[in-house]
Design a protein around this ligand. Structure first.
Ligand SMILES: NC(=O)c1ccc[n+]([C@@H]2O[C@H](COP(=O)([O-])OP(=O)(O)OC[C@H]3O[C@@H](n4cnc5c(N)ncnc54)[C@H](OP(=O)(O)O)[C@@H]3O)[C@@H](O)[C@H]2O)c1
Length: 338
């Protein structure tokens, strides 16, 4: 079989290599998955460049947290899944439900080996069945971006019909947030650097769109449009957008602290949250239970994740470059097998 590896210590895509290896055997409690598709997240670039938690990779590592495939063999003692089932890996391999042991949870694609391989072995507790109506490419977008948006809005945010949601940019997390917010009956405001992407967001149900290049004071536009600020902000920009997100949120609203697209260092003053009784909540992907709940909602509503572009397995490096350039709307996938 073939798999990709990022070389120990790598700091750019020259460290990405396609290698041959033996197909692994599932041990006790493990399952062998024939991977059909994977997808990329912004986080995967941080891993490539050595900027993810823990710094540069300490060993050669299979990249990508997200992937979906078919269970082809199970090891002794496996009861949760069976051969032939279509599954996705969970981002964190040991956070089933409730409060995780933060010292133990570990993610696929760093520090654990990830999904950019023809076959992977995962523990049975680290996989979930995928909705039947989804292709493998669509299902491969769910583990990180999908679960993060679900946690921020539906679990931690408990968004209610009629509330308002502001989501920043049109990347993976933000487009899932748009889709889930519409499922929940909320009003969605979305920003983007591109009018063309904003038009696509409107087709997906966005109620109000703001080009953050043309309207640098977009937080004022959010307050003008809503009259009072929004109930939820999907904050993926980090310190480059945080102060504006604090201005955008309304009374008793919540800013879900998720990303660092516009910077990670800074000294943003949270004082305005106090005056508005608003909160700032950190979000770190989510548990398997959240993933299962999200899949149930996706299945009932026949929601389809937005795959902007799919690349062949042999073109994985191009997929990384395309995603990093920020040309995509929603998700970028890699087909591993038909
Ligand atoms: N905490 C967690 O558990 C968690 C989980 C998943 C992701 N994240 C983080 O969340 C962020 C988003 O991840 P992703 O995978 O969804 O990213 P992505 O798909 O790569 O999103 C890229 C898009 O973000 C938008 N963007 C870039 N800079 C922006 C800015 N200054 N203001 C507003 N939008 C901006 C752009 O949209 P336009 O082209 O429309 O302008 C760009 O196309 C990343 O920082 C990632 O590390 C965190």
């Amino acid at each position: 079989m073939k798999k990709y590896q990022l070389a120990k210590g790598c700091t750019d895509l020259s460290g990405l290599k396609l290698v041959d290896c033996d197909t692994p055997k599932p041990g006790t409690g493990q399952v062998l998955i024939k991977v059909h598709a994977t997808s990329l997240n912004y986080r995967d670039h941080a891993v490539v460049s050595g900027n993810y938690f823990g710094g540069v990779l300490k060993r050669d590592t299979v990249p990508l947290s997200d992937g979906a495939g078919e269970v082809v063999e199970v090891g002794p003692g496996v009861t949760r899944v069976r051969p032939g089932q279509r599954v996705a890996g969970t981002f964190f391999q040991v956070w089933a439900d409730g409060e995780p042991d933060l010292g133990k949870i570990a993610a696929l694609g760093s520090p654990l080996d990830g999904m950019l391989a023809e076959y992977v072995v995962l523990h049975e507790d680290g996989v979930v069945p995928i909705p039947e109506h989804l292709s493998y490419e669509e299902a491969a977008t769910l583990p990180c971006a999908g679960v993060t948006a679900w946690n921020a809005l539906m679990f931690s945010g408990a968004v209610r019909p009629g509330q308002s949601v502001l989501t920043l940019g049109t990347g993976g997390v933000s487009i899932f947030a748009l889709q889930f917010a519409k499922l929940a009956g909320a009003r969605v405001l979305i920003t983007s650097s591109s009018d063309e992407k904003l038009a696509r967001a409107k087709k997906l149900g966005a109620d109000d769109v703001i080009n953050y290049r043309k309207t640098p004071a977009w937080e004022q536009e959010v307050v003008r449009l809503t009259g009072r600020g929004v109930d939820h902000v999907i904050e993926v920009g980090g310190t480059g957008t945080l102060a504006k997100s604090f201005q955008s949120v309304g009374f008793r609203g919540q800013v879900a602290l998720i990303g660092v697209l516009a910077g990670r260092e800074g000294d943003t003053n949270p004082h305005s949250l106090m005056l508005k009784n608003a909160s700032l909540r950190g979000i770190f992907v989510g548990s398997r239970r959240m993933f299962e709940d999200m899949n149930a909602a996706i299945a009932v509503n026949r929601l389809r994740p937005v795959v902007d572009k799919s690349f062949d397995f042999t073109d994985a490096a191009e997929a990384f470059s395309y995603q990093l350039a920020g040309k995509h709307f929603g998700k970028v996938a890699i087909r591993v097998a038909d």
